[in-house]
Design a protein around this ligand. Structure first.
Ligand code: N01
Length: 544
């Protein structure tokens, strides 16, 4: 694409790009590789001090993926998937970071990545049909296209507990963990939050700390990961059939390849269902349980069978019946809040150095210099860990001062709730694309499979725009509204809406409530994207 067409007055020609990508996580790395290979001049801007996105920031103890490593990895390059050696069934944070560092080196990506730099603002200029991008190092860059690969779970929910500023100990948010780590040895620790993150932190820290007090607001369903080392034989077998495995992943709603056939559970006798769940429990992980039947997330009957099964497992595992009851979710369907996958989570409550407090019964009143004051007493602690989650899917995009046509801000456009055509592009914001945006399916399955599909789709669109000679491409309002309605319609057919979770924005005060991801699954989503492309970029308008 010619550069000088949109270079202006003071701009350094070297700082004019075809595509600027915000974020160097899985999405940003693959976007850079894919678009650079297609001849676009690309720059990736990353606020972290290294590549990896969520895996750069979430270095808390116990951080581990809960999709199997061999699937939670790029499929776009046969050499890469053949040479990389995964050492565990579920990769830990450090191993995933090593993998992404390897990807960055192997494909020579680093020369087009600017680290320790934030995209502060991106303003569209209608006269030159490009974006002015302002970064935290004071630079102003120009780009024809902007892609927000800022991550669905990267904008943290900050702890806003009264008195926190006076706390004399150390405190950490799980997703802003210090590079040098935290020494928990012999420390009295409080953990607030029992989502996927807390469920990983608590067993790990309990092994090191003198005492751990868990402050729980909502109990979670959690299933055992059954993590284990990968044997060479197992890895060799995967590698011998990788191509087939990847095809099966793309053909599955969740982007994970097995099991191949899913039957509905409705009407299946209870003892038969339980036997099936028992097999899944033994296999471990989401593949084992959530996909025991095709209708777990749509049938109240089947969901309740599985929920009862998990509740019984909690009762069997946790010795103290009062603690077991506190840990048992009873008032929302399994999966309506994201299902957790753990290593000895419930078992940890049998340790003498772990105490559970239900903050509904005994609310946190304030943080004091020495610890946490609850309604009934004071907990003395040295360290507080906040595993309280994220402003999911839209938070990181809204942190940037994004202005589209006529100065329209993304915050204003999404005031009533976020909308994006196929989760990819927003009306009023020409030449801008979103990765894992609202209305895209990524967070409801294997995000790596999903994001590869989205990167390919965005690359296809940009290539079409380039061959067309168009200056701008923009999602049409009607297409955006139609997709947003479809996203809610599909969600309403599931049990997802019945949990107060980040899936629906319920974890952030004032956030409009509505289902954020697309629950139709990868296959259906991909078919919708293909149909859009085949119909000549249906739902987008192009200008010359
Ligand atoms: O965040 P969450 P997360 N007082 O929002 C509680 C991915 N992930 O970081 O449920 C007391 O799920 C809150 O309570 P409640 C994964 O997609 C993946 O754990 O709102 N408690 C909840 O218990 C996941 O879903 C992996 O009542 C407060 C917790 O904090 C997503 O990231 C690992 C509170 C927040 O849970 C987010 O997970 C980790 C308050 N004021 C994360 N505010 C793997 O792949 C919040 N809470 C394994």
């Amino acid at each position: 694409m010619p550069q000088d067409a949109h270079a202006t007055g003071s701009a350094d020609p070297a700082e004019v790009y075809d595509v600027i990508v915000a974020g160097a996580g899985f999405s940003g790395l693959f976007l850079l590789h894919r678009l650079r290979s297609a001849g676009f001049k690309v720059l990736v801007i990353e606020s972290g001090g290294g590549v990896g996105g969520t895996w750069y920031w979430n270095r808390y103890p116990g951080a581990r993926c809960d999709v199997e490593s061999v699937d939670y990895s790029f499929s776009f390059d046969e050499g890469l998937q053949q040479e990389w050696v995964w050492t565990e069934r579920y990769a830990g944070q450090a191993e995933i970071r090593r993998y992404l560092d390897h990807v960055a080196d192997r494909f020579d990506l680093r020369r087009d990545i600017r680290l320790n730099t934030r995209v502060d603002a991106a303003h569209f200029r209608s006269d030159t049909a490009d974006w002015l991008v302002h970064t935290s190092d004071g630079a102003t860059l120009i780009s024809r296209f902007c892609i927000m690969a800022t991550g669905p779970l990267s904008s943290i929910k900050p702890p806003d507990f009264e008195g926190l500023a006076d706390f004399a100990g150390q405190w950490y948010h799980s997703a802003r963990w210090p590079q040098e780590g935290v020494d928990f040895t012999g420390k009295r620790v409080a953990v607030i939050g029992t989502g996927s993150t807390g469920v990983q932190i608590i067993p790990t820290v309990a092994k090191l700390a003198e005492h751990v007090t868990v402050l729980q607001r909502t109990p979670n369903y959690s299933i055992p990961a059954r993590n284990r080392p990968m044997s060479k034989e197992e890895l060799d077998e995967v590698k011998a059939t990788y191509a087939d495995r990847r095809v099966r992943a793309r053909m599955a709603a969740s982007g994970v390849p097995n099991p191949p056939v899913l039957e509905p559970g409705e009407g299946v006798p209870e003892d038969e269902k339980r036997a099936h769940f028992e097999r899944g429990w033994a296999i471990g992980g989401v593949v084992g349980i959530l996909r025991a039947y095709s209708d777990i997330i749509t049938s109240t009957e089947v969901n309740e069978s599985l929920a009862r099964f998990v509740r019984d497992k909690i009762a069997d595992t946790v010795h103290d019946p009062v603690t077991a009851e506190k840990l048992t979710p009873r008032d929302y369907p399994l999966g309506a809040k994201r299902l957790c996958v753990d290593s000895n989570y419930f078992e940890t409550y049998n340790r003498p150095n772990v105490t559970l407090i239900d903050v509904n019964a005994d609310p946190i009143v304030r943080i004091t210099p020495r610890g946490i004051q609850t309604a009934t007493g004071h907990i003395d602690v040295d360290i507080i860990v906040f595993a309280i989650g994220f402003d999911a899917i839209t938070g990181a995009v809204k942190e940037i001062d994004i202005r589209g046509r006529e100065g329209l801000t993304i915050q204003d456009h999404w005031r009533e709730g976020p909308k994006a055509h196929l989760g990819l592009a927003v009306n009023g914001f020409p030449n801008m694309f979103l990765m894992t945006g609202p209305g895209s399916p990524a967070v409801l399955g294997n995000v790596v499979t999903f994001l590869e599909q989205q990167v390919e789709m965005i690359a296809t669109i940009l290539e079409m725009v380039r061959s067309d000679g168009a200056r701008t491409i923009e999602a049409e309002q009607e297409a955006e509204n139609t997709w947003a309605a479809h996203v809610q319609e599909i969600a309403s057919q599931t049990l997802f809406m019945k949990g107060k979770s980040w899936f629906i924005g319920a974890n952030i005060e004032g956030k409009p409530v509505g289902f954020l991801p697309y629950a139709g699954g990868l296959v259906r989503y991909h078919a919708e994207c293909e149909a859009m492309v085949e119909a000549g970029l249906r739902g987008f308008s192009l200008t010359k």
